[in-house]
Design a protein around this ligand. Structure first.
Ligand SMILES: Cc1cc2nc3c(=O)[nH]c(=O)nc-3n(C[C@H](O)[C@H](O)[C@H](O)COP(=O)(O)OP(=O)(O)OC[C@H]3O[C@@H](n4cnc5c(N)ncnc54)[C@H](O)[C@@H]3O)c2cc1C
Length: 356
């Protein structure tokens, strides 16, 4: 068993921003803190994003603290661009991410330390930053008849790009950014597309300025303060009415249908008997926070979420969640990483936590 001051779980935007601030406080990677990640290479979840999600299509990606991402070719896959950038970042700031190391459980240990049990051994730590994102927990709702479908079903997490759907009839489920992007990409290749969403999509006119961003974050923050499961920041901001969406609406690609009532062997069916034949059902139904490793600490509230004060778990001041709920964006993760480290410094110095 190794002893450290801080364990950071996850080396995406949230984990690397946190590690950067730990370094800035004078702590050293490997000696005072470790960053553990179970993915094969640098890039966080970006390394798994589909090839047609080019860097030019990623809007609002904020650079990590202390190092800009400059000169990237917008036509290259964001998975490549961002993985290379994260790799450079880790080396520049000597963050020494240990991978692949899967964190399986965090539990109470002796002497007020937390025990972090992993595929690579056990660490005993005084503080923990959990920065595990959501990519590892795709949300896939169940529908009656789902197991009878003879075609292919897949989630965004396995979306291979539009060419794979050439000549096929595709039903896309989900009203978020991924669902609309999949539809707009697939439509020129597919024999037919159908878009279904549980709630009517909300399109947002005008620029998404800082004030709108703050209002959206405040809504998610309030849920987390109440111990409710966070909704993604994007889910409360609505879909931006950009040129691509406008064209999709005009062309009928984004002609939204209500959620079907059942899946049949050949497609989907609504209560009024209407049917759509399908070869593929693509579930763009989002993700949930990947916090299973924290289960032994019993941080969840009856409402199902982890109640936070700032980034600190209300039930355990040694545990911080960065990139969770209101900080689940690249800019949010940067800010939350800094705030978590500021708070942990106080904890390590034996001071009371600052008011959130
Ligand atoms: C398609 C898509 C496009 C997006 N575009 C934007 C955008 O343009 N701008 C923006 O601000 N945000 C965007 N987001 C959201 C953005 O990706 C996230 O807010 C941010 O990048 C997430 O960073 P993260 O570090 O929290 O998570 P991740 O990047 O998911 O990193 C989490 C890391 O934790 C590791 N991990 C997870 N569980 C464990 C475990 N048990 N043990 C060890 N390691 C573990 C994973 O391997 C991963 O490397 C997008 C999201 C999606 C899905």
């Amino acid at each position: 068993m190794r002893e450290v001051e801080v364990v950071v779980v996850g080396a995406g935007q949230a984990g690397l921003a946190s590690a950067y601030h730990l370094r800035r406080t004078g702590l050293e990677a490997d000696r005072d803190f470790v960053v553990l990640d179970h993915s094969p290479g640098p890039g966080g979840a970006w390394q798994f994003r589909w090839p047609s999600l080019t860097y030019g299509k990623v809007h609002g990606m904020h650079a990590l603290p202390g190092m800009e991402l400059v000169g990237a070719d917008p036509a290259r896959a964001s998975s490549e661009v961002i993985s290379e950038y994260f790799d450079r970042y880790e080396r520049t700031f000597d963050l020494r991410v240990l991978r692949p190391v899967d964190v399986r459980a965090v539990r109470e240990g002796p002497g007020g330390r937390l025990l972090v049990e992993t595929s690579g051994g056990v660490w005993a730590t005084r503080a923990l930053i959990s920065a595990t994102g959501t990519w590892d927990r795709p949300f896939w709702p169940r529908s009656p008849g789902q197991e009878t479908f003879r075609g292919r079903q897949l989630h965004t997490v396995r979306y291979p790009g539009p060419e794979a759907f050439a000549g096929q009839r595709v039903v896309v489920v989900g009203g978020g950014a991924s669902g609309t992007q999949h539809l707009l990409e697939i439509a020129p290749y597919a024999a037919a597309t159908t878009w279904v969403t549980r709630r009517p999509p909300v399109f947002r006119e005008g620029p998404f300025d800082e004030e709108a961003g703050r209002a959206a974050v405040a809504l998610v923050e309030e849920r987390v303060r109440q111990g409710l499961p966070p909704r993604s920041v994007v889910s409360v901001t609505g879909l931006p009415l950009n040129d691509a969406i406008r064209e999709g609406l005009a062309a009928g690609v984004l002609d939204r249908q209500p959620m079907f009532d059942r899946i049949t062997p050949d497609g989907v069916e609504w209560g009024d008997g209407r049917r759509v034949a399908a070869d593929v059902i693509l579930w763009a139904t989002g993700f949930r926070p990947a916090v299973g490793h924290l289960t032994p600490l019993r941080l969840r509230e009856p409402g199902g979420g982890v109640r936070l004060e700032g980034t600190r778990a209300a039930a355990d001041p040694r545990v911080h969640l960065v990139g969770y709920g209101p900080s689940a964006s690249t800019i949010g993760a940067n800010r939350a990483g800094r705030a978590a480290v500021r708070d942990i410094r106080r904890l390590l110095a034996g001071q009371e936590p600052a008011a959130a």
